[in-house]
Design a protein around this ligand. Structure first.
Ligand code: FAD
Length: 305
């Protein structure tokens, strides 16, 4: 049995693991996909203290290295639930069961889809959710970014450096991302920003995407854009389904927990850290802060057993 199992190896989970090891607890981190979490999709992180500019994957690698150097154990598996009782919790995963005295949920969130027919069919064949991962495939091609927030604008800036043309399609009448990013895009000669439009259809031959239909929110006029690729950057949704019987989720699926990272739960010893919980600001800095708080709370809990 471990002292603490951390579910998710993003910034929150890896920081929780680091603090828990420094409190001399045994720690297992279970990650289903990519060590470092969402930030590994960011080409440049320029707001995390200590690094003027660093790629998200380098930052994730450094966090992972720091945690494993301290003796944190890592397992690649998908967690499907938590059960048990005070002092003896069972974490169920696809590959088996793991036991711990305390569990920290740090499962973050993942990209929101457009919800259009054929979106899954064209994923990887023209539809992408990550410009930093797939942008290189679209060098000298025409692409669209759907979304107008920070992630969308960052990705549009990145794509405009190598693509022939970049459309930014935003459903609202204005962009919601940082003004500095919008100004960079304004200065680019290969970028068109199209506000007040939604994507209504993906066009293709059943194998590869060749364009999209967009609808003007004011006039309802539908037009077609011929494209080689479309990047969807319309926000995130939490991945807390496996924990709905263990902790209380809000209407949007986030774990109801405050700055103390203590969710309303029928299982004592369960904590929630990072983007998976209710909070106003979802960033690396707030995720690592949660990781520290949750780990120290878990360590204190274990010491009372
Ligand atoms: C494109 C992009 C750019 C960004 N740029 C910045 C930036 O410049 N600065 C900044 O501060 N923030 C940025 N962010 C936000 C930042 O990445 C997040 O706020 C931060 O990663 C949240 O950390 P987390 O550990 O809470 O969650 P995540 O990073 O989401 O990590 C959660 C981990 O849990 C894993 N997981 C989920 N469910 C399970 C399960 N059932 N079993 C096992 N593992 C599971 C996931 O695979 C994931 O690795 C950006 C995000 C994106 C997508």
């Amino acid at each position: 049995m471990y002292d603490i199992i951390v579910i998710g190896a993003g910034p929150a989970g890896l920081t929780a693991a680091l603090y828990a090891r420094r409190a001399e607890k045994t720690v297992l981190v279970i990650e289903k996909e990519s060590f470092g979490g969402q930030i590994t999709h960011s080409p440049k992180v320029e707001n995390y203290p200590g690094f003027v500019s660093i790629s998200g994957s380098d930052l994730g690698d450094k966090m992972l290295e720091h945690a494993t150097e301290l003796g944190v154990e890592i397992e690649l598996d998908t967690v499907t639930g938590i059960s048990g009782e005070r002092g003896d919790l069972t974490v169920t995963a696809d590959g088996g069961e793991f036991h711990a005295k305390s569990v920290i949920i740090a499962t973050g969130s993942k990209h929101r889809t457009l919800g259009l027919p054929d979106e899954e069919l064209y994923t990887g064949e023209g539809v992408s959710y990550c410009a930093v991962c797939d942008g290189a495939f679209y060098k000298d091609k025409t692409v669209a970014i759907v979304g107008g927030g920070n992630s969308a604008l960052q990705e549009a800036v990145l794509l405009s450096e190598s693509c022939k043309w970049v459309y930014v399609i935003q459903n609202l009448p204005y962009l919601t991302g940082e003004a500095s990013l919008a100004q960079i895009l304004e200065r680019r000669t290969n970028v068109s920003v199209i506000c007040s439009h939604t994507v209504t259809e993906l066009i293709g031959d059943g194998k590869t995407l060749s364009g999209i239909k967009i609808k003007n929110a004011d006039t309802e006029a539908v037009s077609e854009l011929k494209l080689d690729g479309v990047f969807v950057a319309i926000g995130q949704v939490p991945e807390n389904g496996p924990f709905e019987s263990a902790v209380t989720l809000n209407d949007y699926g986030y774990i109801e927990a405050d700055e103390d990272c203590m969710p309303r739960s029928n299982l004592p010893g369960v904590f929630a850290a990072g983007d998976c919980r209710t909070k106003k600001i979802r960033q690396v800095a707030t995720a690592v802060a949660d990781g520290a708080v949750a780990a120290l709370a878990a360590a204190r809990f274990i010491d009372t057993l």
